[in-house]
Each structure stands twice: as C-alpha cells, then as structure tokens.
Design a protein around this ligand. Sequence first.
Ligand code: B1M
Length: 211
Amino acid sequence: MDQLASIYNAVLDGNAAGAQAGVKAALAANMAAGVILKNGLIAAMTEVGRLFEENEYFVPEMLVSARAMQSGLALLKPYLAEAGAEPAGKVIMGTVKGDLHDIGKNLVRMMLEGSGFEVIDLGTDVSPQAFVKAVQENQAQVVGMSALLTTTMPSMSATIKALEEAGVRDQVKVMIGGAPVTDAFAKQIGADGFSPDASAAVRMTKSLIGL
Ligand code: B1M
C-alpha cells in the first residue's frame, strides 16, 4: 500500500526516479503488476488529467508527470506481459504528412499509455498510406492524427479518404487533434472525434470504444 502511495505521489510530482523506486519496491513486495499499473500509475495519471482540466496543472506539469509515469511503466512492462494483462485498447497514432510537430502528440500518447492503452506511434510526417498499412497490420480500435499546421490539416482528410479506399475505415474510429483543429473540422472531414487536449483525448478514446 505504501509503495502505491509513493508511486502515485511521485507521478503527481513529476519525479521519475521516485516513480521507478516505487515500482521496484512494489515488485519486490510481490505486488501484482496489474495492481501497480491500475492503482499506482493509472490512478496518478487520472488525477493529473483532472488537475489539468481544473487549471491546476499546465502542459509542463503534465509533461513531467507523463514522463515519470513512462519511466515507471518501462520497468513494469515485462511483468505485465508475463502476467498477460490486457491493454484497455490499441491506438495507432501519428502526426500527419508534412508536419513535424510532435510534442502534443507525444503527450497524448503518454496520457493514453498512462490510462492502460497500447499505442503504436508512427511518429511524424506520416503519410495516409502509412496509416492505412498500420491499420491493416494491427488490430487497433482507434486511429489518432495530430496536426499543428493549417497547411497539413488537409492530410487528415486525405488519410480518412485513404482508409475508406482501402476498405478499412469501418474497422477503426478516427480521432483528431492539434492546435488549429476544431470540432467543426472533425465533423466536416468525417472524423469520429476531436479532442482539444491530452486529457480530453483519453476520455474521447474511451468513449469511442465504449469503455
Ligand atoms: Co512550429 N509552428 N513550425 N515548430 N510551432 C507553430 C504550430 C505555429 C502556430 C507558430 C506560429 O507561427 N505562431 C506555426 C503554425 C501556423 C499555422 O499553421 N497556422 C508554426 C510554423 C509556421 C512552423 C514552421 C512552418 C516554421 C518554419 O519553418 N517557417 C515549421 C514547420 C515544420 C513542419 O512541421 N514541417 C515549424 C517548426 C517547428 C519546430 C520544429 C521548431 C518546433 C516543433 C518541435 C517538435 O514538435 N518536436 C515548433 C514548435 C515547438 C511550435 C510551437 C512554438 C509549439 C507547439 C507545441 O509543441 N505546443 C507552435 C506555436 C504555439 O503553439 N504556441 C508552433 C505544445 C503542445 C503540448 O501543444 O501541440 O497544441 P499542442 O498539443 C496539444 C493539443 O493540441 C492536443 O493535445 C496536446 C496536449 O494538450 N493535441 C491532440 C495535439 N495532438 C492531438 C491529437 C489528438 C488529440 C489531441 O488526437 C489524436
């Protein structure tokens, strides 16, 4: 129990070394990896998301917390695989073609991982064909696209069209985000959801797959 509290507090404080120490101590105490994930790391990131939405945490705090969570999760991953813990779902994510901005996309990825999702991160400058290939090769429920440039927003629409043309559009929900992206734009291009920030992206992903 003490170990879980120290993991929780370390993630809230953005203390990566503390999160790792807490995970190591919990594993040494024979705590199940799934319990450490759910009641330590995920619980802390849920609280980080709440604090962000209440304007008590801002992007820098959320980033350091997400990094602390990631460093704890890295230690836990082999144990989770061993225990056969099922991820909450699988998300394919990338910054669209022509766009190299990835800070916001990485934050969304880390928040999703902190909520128990497996994320296949395709990186930046991802072509519509690369998104299609990833959907064909992985059993993912959601495709997430990020764009920071008004000039690359049309790549989102092109990717949705490419998914349709490849006959895989119905297999996945499409979520989009990024500073210039709006809910109206999402509706216009036929995306299933839009999220203004990383915390909302977790809620949107859950709602898109009915969690
Ligand atoms: Co660039 N840049 N940049 N840039 N850059 C902007 C976006 C810009 C607004 C700056 C400005 O002019 N005021 C402007 C775009 C103007 C426009 O299109 N209207 C701009 C420009 C013009 C450019 C270049 C063209 C500059 C040039 O070379 N002449 C060039 C383009 C390169 C390219 O992509 N091909 C360029 C380059 C760069 C750097 C490489 C130097 C660097 C990127 C480094 C990197 O990402 N690794 C950079 C940066 C850092 C910025 C600013 C300063 C910051 C962006 C950022 O990281 N924000 C930005 C100005 C600004 O925003 N103040 C700017 C923090 C991040 C946490 O927020 O990404 O919005 P954000 O993500 C949020 C939400 O949007 C949401 O959640 C995140 C977390 O809450 N979200 C999602 C994001 N993706 C989501 C996906 C989802 C859901 C939610 O679902 C899938």
